[in-house]
Ligand binder design. Structure first.
Ligand code: SF4
Length: 286
């Protein structure tokens, strides 16, 4: 682990000063998540050149504008595909996919589950604010049933995805959930996810005060953070609770952390076997 840096050192090292301040609304959770990602990367002790952000479409997808890391702004829902190409072309890279709930689970749902099925060595950090913020607060696949959205003024009729259970069932070998309120936990999960060999997903419960918070009368951004604090249940405690006690709660913690066959490593081994010789590029986590 590298020596921890001050806020001003991190700002100077990792943020493009000319593009600040950000365009995100005051009180939005995205800035906190980006700050935690930068700290999570610092925690790996790896050089910045090894990381590539792959950003999806939505408010969160603008993150690359503010950071000095290499960045590909992907088509809507296609972060896992771009990340797959990067990792196969250069297994020494650490692609980090930044996707909102709509980008990851609706437009990109198919790409997400197949990346999980392959257990490809990518880190997906899914920011879940239960809405399409950039386009005006429409409901997403994670909007809780019954809650209003711009496109559901009388309440969402459909039930939501549980993103962690979805990717776990599909085959992801590292799955965790945290919230914007729990910053230190968020940083440590990001570091562990990046260093994990295989498809690693961290879901972050985040706040969109401008649309989801306003439509659901959740108060100020601070009230929304307090809501996260008061509705969180650690996974260890949740295991002893009844389903009705967990309704409306956010279960946080690490759900899966397993060593399993990883796609890129197996792919390069296949090439070695077919060619009858060792390939030159290897996954550093092998
Ligand atoms: Fe954040 Fe919502 Fe504003 Fe987008 S619309 S920047 S998600 S608060």
């Amino acid at each position: 682990m590298s020596k921890s840096k001050s806020q001003s050192e991190l700002l100077a090292k990792h943020y493009r000063q000319k593009t600040l301040p950000t365009s995100w609304c005051s009180g939005c959770g995205i800035g906190t998540v980006i700050g935690a990602i930068v700290r999570g990367i610092e925690g790996t002790g790896l050089p910045s050149e090894r990381f590539v952000f792959v950003t999806g479409i939505g408010c969160y997808g603008g993150a690359g504008t503010y950071l000095k890391f290499s960045d590909i702004h992907a088509l809507h829902g296609r972060c896992p595909s771009y990340g797959t190409g990067l990792k196969l072309a250069n297994p020494e890279l650490y692609p980090i996919l930044l996707m909102g709930d709509g980008d990851a689970a609706s437009i990109g749902g198919n790409h997400l589950i197949h990346a999980a099925r392959r257990n490809i060595d990518l880190t997906a950090i899914i920011l879940n604010n239960h809405t399409y913020g950039m386009t005006g607060g429409q409901y997403s696949p994670t909007t809780p049933q019954g809650t209003p959205a711009a496109t559901a003024p009388y309440g969402m009729v459909e039930g939501p995805f549980d993103l962690c259970r979805l990717v776990q069932a599909a085959g992801a070998s590292f799955v965790a959930r945290t919230t914007v309120y729990h910053v230190n936990q968020m940083v440590s999960f990001f570091t562990r996810a990046i260093l994990h060999r295989g498809f690693a997903v961290v879901e972050v419960e985040s706040q969109c005060p401008t649309y989801f918070g306003k439509l659901n009368k959740m108060g100020t951004p601070v009230d929304m953070l307090k809501w996260q604090r008061d509705h969180t249940v650690p996974v260890e405690k949740a295991r002893g609770m009844k389903p009705q006690e967990l309704e409306g709660r956010i279960i946080t913690g690490i759900f899966v952390e397993e060593n399993r066959n990883e796609y890129v490593t197996d792919y390069y081994r296949l090439i070695e076997r077919v060619k009858g010789k060792k390939s030159e590029i290897r996954n550093p986590k092998s």
